[in-house]
Design a protein around this ligand. Structure first.
Ligand SMILES: Cc1cc2nc3c(=O)[nH]c(=O)nc-3n(C[C@H](O)[C@H](O)[C@H](O)COP(=O)(O)OP(=O)(O)OC[C@H]3O[C@@H](n4cnc5c(N)ncnc54)[C@H](O)[C@@H]3O)c2cc1C
Ligand SMILES: *[C@@H]1O[C@H](CO)[C@@H](O)[C@H](O)[C@H]1NC(C)=O
Ligand SMILES: *[C@@H]1O[C@H](CO)[C@@H](O)[C@H](O)[C@H]1NC(C)=O
Ligand SMILES: *[C@@H]1O[C@H](CO)[C@@H](O)[C@H](O)[C@H]1NC(C)=O
Ligand SMILES: *[C@@H]1O[C@H](CO)[C@@H](O)[C@H](O)[C@H]1NC(C)=O
Ligand SMILES: *[C@@H]1O[C@H](CO)[C@@H](O)[C@H](O)[C@H]1NC(C)=O
Ligand SMILES: *[C@@H]1O[C@H](CO)[C@@H](O)[C@H](O)[C@H]1NC(C)=O
Length: 651
């Protein structure tokens, strides 16, 4: 019967659906959009198109009898539709299950979204001779540009940590393995408008499907992919608008309204154009209004203006029940709290946000590349002495509003020395003369101990020019590696014994083979900024360290387990003593007490909000708020990939 009505729907769909939708969707200004399929989702106005009860009523009037698949769910309790997945052991509907939507149902869904549904073909499939889409030229270009973030951001389902997809269908392995879907979702909706996101949320919820959200795919924990899922791809929501004056109870001044797909580089370019300074991350490809802000977001400007999530003045979001609402200081306050730092893919799909625009200002700082080891002027003993001297001054530099971003990579096997790249150390709004005065005492110490270094100083009158010249380009999508992180609080520095013991421990983790990406900054909550769900551990952190390890391809399961346990239990175990917090966007997916580490004192309130807005767990991601109730099937207890069914483990 279901099939029959679907066939009927499909027949109707060709003639009626785009018409039905277009006739009942009005622009923000009340203008009724013309009825043809192209204008159902025009790129420019798309953001204003909304799915409403009236639209659904009209579709029903056109005899689309299975319209309940797209209906909203306004009850706050667990819904009838979702009941099938409320018992322990139940799983989200998975390909092959009898409840999995038929091809016809997917086709109707596609038509309703204006042709936005994409059945997943993994990005590497073009390299697989019997995939049906083999294309030697495309394959070569994907391999050539594999480590560029745009290669993955521009694909509906590719993510930049292929580990979580099971490293399946890697383009480099086209001649030696088979291309399988692994942790890729089954389908993605290429969202150009709000209504497509609403349809996808309603469809996934009503059918009990797993739902994921992918923007750029930068996530380090596997949160933007998932086997058998329907994915909402937000990358093409690119609008940027400057608001000369925007008022909230706590803010009055210029602002930028940005769509969910806007990336850091696009935001910075717009800010330059409008003569303001915007807060975003360091790498140009990160989705600033996607996972970055949702997870807190640290920035070169964080010591001065706080976290990315502290910039948010208002957000528009599609909720788990399908409704489209605004969250701000005055509307939906709980959501406003949660969506600022409480994590992506948890409370809904953010479609756009308004963020503060700060005045244009000057930037001074420096960069360096220092090579250490017995074959250099800086044997490692001197290098570490110099590093400790630098670390000891972190409280003072944080007070000076520093952003000190550097990486320490081993040059080879243990004992072969390190490369320490500073790119950059800078202070927003500080004149170069003051910056030089600030670093001089450290450099005097370094001269005394015989540490050789050559700083290159810079000074700019705006952020954009400094950022384009002195920040590294990102390289992504390496296989066989995993990272973890710690937030080290200021109070450790007040106790000499504890501080030196912490330094010794970080040093020994690096000596055991970890890279160290370190940030000296303090993203305190700016005065007057409303409280948010951002990790409380960020607020008094003055040192953020990302550590991690790679492993050789093809190692045994036992060796693989040993590497994973070393990262989570050994290295992080030793450092957790000093830094109980970690950063959820750049953290360890196996973090044992993720609630405490990634959310701190905000976890309980965030969980209450999650239960209220998403009683059916329409949204789930590893280490997200409320994620404890589900588990990906078939995983080792030392590494959660996204390659299996998502199943209930607690009521
Ligand atoms: C090279 C590189 C550099 C980085 N630099 C920084 C940095 O300087 N500062 C910093 O803080 N972080 C940085 N990060 C981490 C970055 O903030 C996170 O990876 C972040 O989650 C990326 O968000 P995204 O939307 O681009 O990625 P995605 O992987 O697409 O999404 C990340 C998470 O957010 C969810 N999500 C995305 N969009 C939405 C939406 N509209 N609504 C609801 N949920 C959504 C996804 O489901 C997923 O859970 C960096 C990461 C990389 C790989
Ligand atoms: C429903 O569609 C009809 C045309 O079929 C249109 O006249 C009417 O305005 C639509 N209703 C709503 C609520 O938009
Ligand atoms: C790789 O990316 C660069 C831009 O970063 C582009 O110029 C080049 O054409 C790409 N190569 C291929 C083979 O697509
Ligand atoms: C697969 O083999 C062909 C023929 O030898 C070669 O041209 C191609 O580059 C190989 N592809 C990959 C992904 O290694
Ligand atoms: C940096 O902070 C210290 C106090 O921690 C202060 O004495 C010093 O003047 C500051 N330097 C600059 C350049 O602001
Ligand atoms: C570097 O020099 C130190 C001191 O002479 C020595 O103990 C160490 O073994 C040397 N390391 C390497 C890798 O040569
Ligand atoms: C300083 O830290 C050490 C080691 O963690 C601890 O034993 C000691 O009690 C601390 N001292 C103070 C004054 O807190």
């Amino acid at each position: 019967m279901a099939v029959l009505s679907m066939q009927r729907a499909l027949l109707l769909a060709g003639a009626v659906l785009p018409l039905g939708l277009a006739q009942t969707i009005t622009g923000a200004d009340g203008e009724v959009l013309p009825a043809n399929e192209v204008t159902v989702a025009p790129a420019a106005e798309a953001g204003t198109l909304e799915l409403t009860d009236a639209v659904l009523a009209n579709l029903t009037a056109h005899e689309l009898s299975d319209i309940e698949l797209f209906q909203f769910d306004d009850s706050e309790a667990v819904s009838e539709n979702a009941k099938r997945t409320t018992r322990v052991g139940d799983c989200k509907v998975y390909p092959g299950d009898w409840k999995w939507p038929s091809r016809l149902t997917w086709a109707v869904f596609d038509l309703l979204t204006g042709g936005a549904l994409i059945e997943t073909v993994p990005i590497g499939a073009v390299c697989y001779p019997n995939s049906g889409v083999y294309d030697a030229q495309k394959c070569a270009s994907i391999i050539e540009n594999w480590t560029q973030s745009a290669t993955h951001a521009n694909d509906p389902t590719s993510v930049m940590s292929p580990l979580y997809q099971g490293e399946t269908c890697m383009p480099q392995n086209g001649n030696t393995t088979q291309c399988t879907l692994g942790g890729f979702p089954s389908y993605a909706v290429k969202a150009r408008g709000v209504y497509q996101i609403q349809l996808a949320v309603n469809f996934a919820r009503n059918l009990g499907l797993r739902l994921v959200v992918k923007n750029t795919g930068h996530d380090f924990l596997g949160k933007s992919c998932g086997s058998g899922a329907l994915s909402i791809w937000t990358h093409n929501l690119k609008s940027i608008e400057f608001r000369k004056s925007f008022k909230t109870p706590s803010y009055s001044g210029p602002a930028l309204e940005i769509g969910a797909g806007v990336q850091v580089g696009e935001l910075y370019a717009a800010a330059k154009q409008y003569g303001v300074t915007a807060v975003g991350g360091e790498c140009k490809g990160v989705g600033v209004s996607g996972g970055y802000t949702a997870g807190g977001g640290h920035s070169p400007l964080s010591s001065k203006f706080g976290l990315g999530s502290d910039q948010v003045l208002s957000l528009n979001v599609v909720l788990p029940n399908g409704r489209y609402v605004t969250a701000s200081e005055t509307e939906n306050k709980d959501l406003f709290f949660a969506l600022r730092g409480g994590g992506g893919a948890t409370f809904g799909v953010v479609t756009s946000m308004v963020i503060k625009a700060h005045p244009k200002m000057s930037f001074s700082g420096l960069t360096w590349t220092i090579t250490t080891g017995n074959d250099t002027a800086n044997p490692d003993s001197v290098f570490w002495e110099a590093m400790y001297a630098y670390w000891r001054k972190f409280p003072e530099y944080a007070e000076n509003k520093t952003y000190g971003y550097s990486m320490i990579f081993p040059r080879g096997p243990a004992g072969a020395g390190y490369t320490w790249t500073m790119h950059p150390w800078m202070v927003p709004g500080m004149a170069l003369a003051d910056f030089k005065a600030m670093v001089q005492p450290l450099f005097d110490e370094w001269k005394c101990i015989g540490f050789e270094f050559e700083p290159e100083y810079f000074e700019y009158d705006n952020f954009y020019d400094m950022w384009t010249r002195h920040f590294p380009t990102e390289a992504v999508a390496n296989s066989n590696m995993r990272t973890a992180s710690r937030l080290f609080p200021r109070d450790v520095w007040a106790n000499d014994t504890k501080r030196e013991a912490m330094f010794d421990e970080v040093r020994s983790v690096v000596e055991e083979g970890s890279a160290l990406i370190q940030y000296n900054m303090n993203p305190a909550q700016p005065a007057g900024t409303p409280d948010s769900g951002a990790n409380s551990h960020w607020r008094d952190a003055i040192w953020f360290g990302i550590m991690g390890s790679a492993w050789a391809p093809g190692i045994s399961q036992t060796e693989l387990e040993a590497v994973q346990r070393k990262i989570t239990d050994n290295w992080m175990g030793r450092l957790r003593v000093y830094g109980p917090g970690g950063y959820l966007n750049e953290g360890d997916v196996m973090e044992p007490d993720f609630a405490e580490a990634f959310y701190g004192t905000n976890y309980d309130r965030l969980l209450q909000i999650k239960r209220k807005v998403d009683p059916n767990d329409v949204f789930w991601a590893p280490t997200a708020v409320g994620s404890e109730r589900w588990k990906v099937a078939g995983q080792q207890d030392w590494l959660t990939l996204q390659t299996g069914k998502l199943c209930r483990v607690a009521a």
